[in-house]
Design a protein around this ligand. Structure first.
Ligand code: KE4
Length: 431
């Protein structure tokens, strides 16, 4: 484990005195891997420097937004120019219309879209909208999928499969999760059982079409099609949480990659180009149930914020003008193959899941197809791998159960440097 630099140590001490756990989002505190968090100073492309001047190749990329890399010139210029004209108005602006048009063009299932400031807000609002539109109360989510810190979705499966969920955090009353049902990911029979028993009461099924929050787990062949059919059959809405996968796996997201069309889509991360913006959208007949037109209320002071809209427009326009997905596929594939080889050479059992430019190397010999199998991973060994790579100037997710990302700014040279570090680190894990 590398010694933190002097400035990092100073900041970490102050941060913990002023901010709970020293961080504004728990995963950043290195709780899952130990050690002192890296304090970022500046980023450029695939790399960033910490406050002590150390440089790292970044595979977290702010947990997904930075598909174009840090401080992309076109994005920075757009934000700078927009802010110079005023940071926020609380009135409609042309930029919101421009980004809404880009979203509806990239994701044809979205006829109308409402902006929010975080993925949590967008997911929470999509659930409220689904309940308001269908007049039903129950929502199905999947074990290991995360949709932000929404009270009703911070839930764990109840005792029996088809019983209602129980809160998975302090501070959420049991009554808030009683309308939530939880099933294992990639298990059609579990969903069939829920619909058989409660179908007429189910407003929506919300799913990460490619899971990123248990580590990367891909849908089994036919699974998304199954969810599409059973929700349509029972009059429930299918909600794709594409906060990670949107604009990441294809310009149209996972729904374009897999050819499955949800009723509602939740977007975030890349949508804001690195600034706080998220959204939810779908068919006009559903979206028009929202205030001020319909009776489903949702609001936000900085929803559609001009600076965030400008960053999102610049990002989506860059992706649309020159779709990078084939290159990201090749780059991420090279990284994945190299990591697998490094582990094999050291005799370390791993299971690699990758979809496009998002991937996770699980330290387990078990095929990882859901949260139960993801949790067979050796998290202590992952922590040692994380720190070995950190010492070599490679910044991975500080948790086994997260996705790693490459961007259009990553180069073959970055990948080679990363794989050299991986070979050396894996060798130390084996000893
Ligand atoms: P935010 O509220 O953090 O903007 O979005 C919540 C959210 C919703 N849906 C999905 C599929 C998500 O992955 C997220 C947030 N992702 C985590 C990383 N796994 C954000 C990192 C963090 O919590 O600090």
């Amino acid at each position: 484990m590398i010694e933190p630099g002097e400035r990092s140590k100073e900041l970490w001490q102050s941060a913990r005195a002023l901010i709970p756990g020293g961080v504004n989002s728990p995963v950043r505190a290195f709780g899952a891997v130990g050690g002192t968090p890296v304090f970022a100073e500046r980023g450029a492309g695939s790399r960033f420097q910490d406050v002590d001047g150390r440089e790292f190749i970044d595979y977290v990329m702010s947990w997904g937004p930075l598909i174009l890399g840090h401080a992309h010139p076109a994005v920075v210029a757009a934000v700078r120019e927009t802010c110079a004209k005023g940071m926020t108005f609380g009135m409609p602006t042309a930029l919101e219309v421009r980004l809404a048009r880009l979203v509806t063009t990239c994701v044809p299932s979205i006829q109308k879209v409402r902006m929010t400031s975080s993925g949590t807000e967008a997911a929470m609002s999509a659930i409220r909208l689904a309940r308001g539109f269908t007049g039903r109360d129950l929502v199905v989510k999947f074990d290991g999928c995360y949709h932000g810190h929404v009270d009703g979705l911070l839930a764990a499966a109840g005792s029996g499969l088809a019983t209602f969920a129980i809160p998975d955090t302090r501070g959420v009353p049991a009554s808030y999760t009683e309308k939530t049902l939880i099933a294992p990911y990639n298990d059609p029979d579990a969903v069939r059982a829920l619909f058989a028993r409660l179908g007429p009461q189910i407003a929506a099924v919300i799913v990460e079409p490619v899971a990123g929050n248990m580590g990367v787990v891909a849908p089994q062949p036919g699974y998304l099609e199954f969810l599409r059919e059973i929700t349509a059959q029972h009059g429930a809405l299918l909600v794709f949480d594409e906060v990670i996968t949107g604009f990441r796996l294809a310009l149209g997201g996972a729904q374009a990659l897999y050819g499955v069309t949800p009723d509602l889509t939740v977007l975030g991360k890349i949508l804001g180009g690195g600034l706080p913006a998220a959204a939810y959208g779908g068919r006009a007949e559903i979206m028009d149930a929202l205030a001020p037109l319909g009776g489903v209320y949702q609001a936000g002071t900085l929803s559609g914020n001009p600076a965030a809209m400008a960053a999102g427009v610049a990002t989506l326009e860059a992706l649309a003008a020159n779709p990078p997905y084939a290159r990201l596929e090749a780059l991420a594939g090279h990284l994945a193959e190299g990591l697998r080889e490094a582990a094999a050479r050291a005799g370390i059992p791993v299971w690699q899941n990758r979809v496009g430019s998002m991937q996770t190397l699980f330290f387990t010999a078990t095929p990882v197809t859901d949260y139960r199998t993801a949790k067979t991973a050796d998290t202590r060994r992952y922590a040692r791998f994380f720190h070995g790579m950190l010492a070599a100037g490679i910044y991975l997710a500080p948790s086994q159960f997260e996705a790693g990302f490459v961007s259009t700014a990553h180069t073959e040279q970055d990948i080679e440097q990363t794989l050299a570090a991986a070979r050396a680190t894996m060798a130390t894990l084996a000893s």
